[in-house]
Each structure stands twice: as C-alpha cells, then as structure tokens.
Design a protein around this ligand. Structure first.
Ligand SMILES: [Cu+2]
Length: 508
C-alpha cells in the first residue's frame, strides 16, 4: 500500500503540469452535420438520401470516381477476379488498379513495423474515406445536411442491433444479398455476440493510449470493428455468393478486398468512427502527433464530390481528421456493467494511473522484461481453455505490479491458424471466488489478406502466427494468489485456433 501511495503522489506531481489538453484540440467549432443513430426515426431521411445516391452511384461506370464500384475499390479489391469481371470489365488483376484503389490500412504484410505503421493510420484513413463518401452522397442526393448514420450495434436496446429497414429491403440500393441472412431478415445480432460487443465497448472506453499493440486503435480495430466485419459477412456461418470475387465464399463484409462494396460498410465505419470520437473527447482520449504520423507515413487519396481526384499531405490529414465538420447524435448511455475493482487500487489511484499512461507516446517502444512464459500447442475447443498461472508466476506478476514506477503488464497469447477463423474468442482473468475480469477478444478479420492468401487457399503448412496482447495492469489484485486465464470460443467455424504460448511481460 505504501508503495502504491507514493506512486500515486508521483503521478499527481507529474500530471499537474499537464492538466490541460494540448491546444491542438478543436480550433474550429463549426459542426455543420450530425451523424444519426441508424435505427432511430431521426436517421430515416438520411438513409433515404443515401439510397438515392447509391442508386445513381450503382449506375455510373466503374472508372468514374463517384461510382459505387470505384468507391468500394478505394478500400480494397481482390488481387484477381475469377473469369471476366461482370461489374467492371476493365479490372482483372492488380495491375489494372486506378487512382486511390486498394489504399486501406488493412492491406499490409505480416512484418511488425508495417503492421504498426498501418495500425496508426487505421482510424484516420477510414475517417477521411467515410467523410469523402459522405460529401459525394450529399452532392448526389441533393440533401444538403446529409451525414452517414451510424449503426449502434452492441447497444443494450435490442432493436438497435437490427439492420436499418432500408438495408433489409432487396429493392433498395443499400441492400446487399451477400450478408448473414439473420441480419438481412430483420433479426437483431444474437444475444451472446451483442453482449460480448457491449463488454468490449465498455472496456475500450478506458483503454489508453492511442497506439501500440494494447492501445485504443488496435483494440478497436480487432473488435467491434473486425468482429462485425466477419459477423455481417457470415464468415464461418454461411456460404454466400460474393459478386466482387465472383465466387461462393463468405459475404462482402467478411473479406477486406470486398468489404467496401457493401453499403453497410459506411454505417459500420460511421459507428467505428463514433466510438473513437467519444473516446477522443473523454478524459482517456489521446492522439498521435503529426511527427509520429510522419515517421510512419501513409497515402491519402480520395475522390471529391465533383469527381476530381485529391491527395492530402499528412499536415492536411491531421487538420481535417482532428477537427471534423460533423458531430454525432446523442444516444442513451449504455448501462455500465459492474466491474470489480482491485481492493488495493482505489478509484482515484486507478484514474491517476490512467492519466499517467495518457502522457506517453502513442507508439510505445519501452524496455520489456519477460516475467513468465508457458508453452501449450493446444487447440481451443468448445470447453473454455484455462491456464492456471502458477503461484511462482503469480508472485512475479504481483511483484512487478506493486513497483513504485508502475510498469505496464502485458499478457500475450500467441496462436497459430491454418485457415482464417470466422468465429472469435473472449479472454478473461479469474481469481478464485471473484467475478471474472474481461480482458478482451481474439478476432481474425483480414488474416488471409495480411498474409497475401487468396480466399480458398489455406495459410500453408506454417500457418499464420498471430499475437494478441492485453494490458492486465488494471485487472490484478494485490495478492500472491494464483489466477487463471480463460479463453472462451464464441461461434464456430472449421478453422482451428491453436494456442502455442502465453506470456506476461512488464513494459516500461
Ligand atoms: Cu473496416
């Protein structure tokens, strides 16, 4: 307790000089547009306008920047189309790409630096991408106050977990047949997935800092972002006709190269953007600096509402992204799920700890000490996968937890997959006789893509090795007692997920 108290004092001293947010925060306060909750009556006019615009966009030639095909291809496009491309004759393979096609941040290879670099731009790039589509729709629909509604999935109001009616109607330009039939038939997201998303949103709200493997951006990208891509695209659940690939496989949204072609993409990414927007405006929010973006540059190419091409410098990106011309409609706050707080860490201390983390760089490259590591080579079955952390390792963990300079304790679960799984996993930490603490999820959207694999092929004999990281500093209790790590399989698909190792590191 003494050490905790002294670190609390240090944190206090450290933070007082920085109690104001840096002044790059909002300079221009003109918020002209309001993005509305897609399933509320207030969004109806915007969804109708969007349908009008998509009607036009679907009729425009694929080499015209404002067409539905062109806009979808900006996100990504299959490396090769099977047979003659019925939707866009000029595109057969990657060499036929037009300006800005295939620019999304999911399109990276496996090396860590490239991943880190793309991850830093994930939210920024998608904000500009949706913002440009929004302006195009505004122009084509002639609805001057149009803004892209957000789909508020994970809400504890069950009806908000249904697709908006326009998207379920086969005669509407926002319809796409290649989606999970449950959603297209008007049912809400199933209860267990909906509640898992709720847990994830709750935990994301206090995740810090912006970047890094346990930071807000990558955690949000995994879920609900990646989870919802797979869920909407019925990955592992149904075989659908994917008209972008021209093949039977999972739906448009479940594959990075076809995701941008499903109109629900925009409502989904409006939601992802809103989750970020709320976090950015909260006390936990932080931003990458312009210098960091420049260290890890990315291309920003889009289409203007009049059809012109536009390329942004990173300075321009920064100015637009952190002062958007829209805001989000208020929705009822979801009920915060009660979480047991560690008895040794009072709320005020927890907050102080959080704000000390906030000051750190958004991409962390601190020193790392491995505290323990355990090998398994075990497939996660239908029963929960449990690992009891030994007394010795629990002691090592808590010793670091109590250090005067709190280091970040990161649990890593290293898995191997031979085929992209369509299901996901939830991860919990459990002390005997205490409620489980939610650590996060393992999701797999984009694994094939990141590994340069075409959809029907396996990931080779080696498989794809993936690492999932969870910061557990806030979930530990001041005790030498053993604790368990529990992984629950959610949903099913043919792909097996094998846990190779689990480890805990202290990162300074
Ligand atoms: Cu996405």
């Amino acid at each position: 307790m003494k050490t905790l108290l002294s670190s609390f004092m240090m944190v206090l001293i450290f933070t007082t000089g920085f109690s104001q947010k840096p002044d790059y925060k909002r300079t221009n306060t003109s918020k002209q547009y309001v993005r509305k909750n897609a399933t509320s009556p207030s969004a109806k006019a915007d969804l109708d306008a969007m349908a009008d615009a998509f009607e036009i966009m679907r009729s425009i030639r694929c080499d015209a920047g404002r067409s539905w095909y062109y806009q979808g291809a900006i996100h990504n496009i299959p490396a090769k189309i099977i047979g003659a491309n019925k939707l866009c004759a000029l595109y057969e393979t990657e060499k036929d790409k037009l300006f800005a096609w295939g620019d999304c941040t999911h399109a990276v290879k496996t090396d860590t630096l490239a991943k880190e670099k793309a991850a830093l731009h994930f939210l920024l790039w998608h904000r500009l991408y949706t913002w440009h589509l929004e302006k195009i729709v505004r122009k084509l629909s002639c609805k001057e106050d149009f803004a892209i509604p957000f789909w508020n999935y994970g809400s504890d109001i069950v009806d908000e977990n249904r697709l908006p009616s326009q998207l379920q109607d086969p005669t509407n330009a926002l319809y796409e047949q290649s989606r999970y039939s449950l959603l297209n038939n008007g049912y809400p997201i199933d209860d267990s997935t909906r509640m898992d998303i709720g847990l994830q949103l709750n935990s994301l709200a206090t995740t810090t800092p912006f970047g890094g493997e346990t930071g807000f951006s990558q955690i949000l990208e995994a879920s609900p972002h990646g989870l919802m891509h797979d869920y909407i695209g019925a990955d592992g659940k149904e075989i659908l006709w994917n008209e972008i690939y021209q093949d039977s496989m999972s739906g448009l949204m479940a594959n990075v190269p076809s995701a941008g072609f499903d109109p629900v993409f925009w409502l989904h990414h409006s939601m992802v953007d809103r989750i970020w927007w709320e976090w950015d405006n909260s006390e936990y929010g932080s931003r990458p600096t312009l210098e960091e973006l420049k260290e890890y540059p990315w291309e920003y190419n889009f289409i203007e509402p009049n059809g012109d091409e536009i390329t942004y410098s990173l300075e321009e990106v920064y100015a637009i992204v952190f002062d958007p011309d829209y805001t989000y409609e208020d929705v009822e706050e979801p009920q915060i799920l009660a979480e047991v707080q560690s008895p040794s860490m009072p709320t005020s201390l927890k907050d102080a700890f959080a704000s000390s983390k906030k000051m750190k760089k958004s991409v962390q490259q601190g020193g790392e000490t491995l505290l323990w590591k355990h090998g398994f080579n075990r497939v996660i079955g239908n029963k929960p996968f449990k690992h009891l952390v030994s007394k010795d390792n629990a002691k090592k963990t808590i010793k670091h937890f109590k250090k005067a300079q709190p280091s970040k304790l990161v649990l890593r679960i290293n898995v191997v997959v031979y085929k992209e799984p369509g299901h996901y996993f939830t991860v919990f930490l459990r002390y005997k006789d205490q409620p489980d603490k939610y650590l996060g999820m393992m999701t797999f959207f984009g694994v094939n893509h990141h590994h340069g694999v075409q959809h029907h092929h396996s990931l080779g004999e080696e498989g794809a090795k993936l690492s999932f990281a969870y910061e557990i500093s806030d979930d530990l209790v001041d005790t030498n007692d053993e604790f368990e790590i529990i992984i629950n399989k959610r949903g099913d698909s043919k792909a097996k997920v094998t846990v190779e190792t689990m480890s805990l590191s202290a990162i300074n």
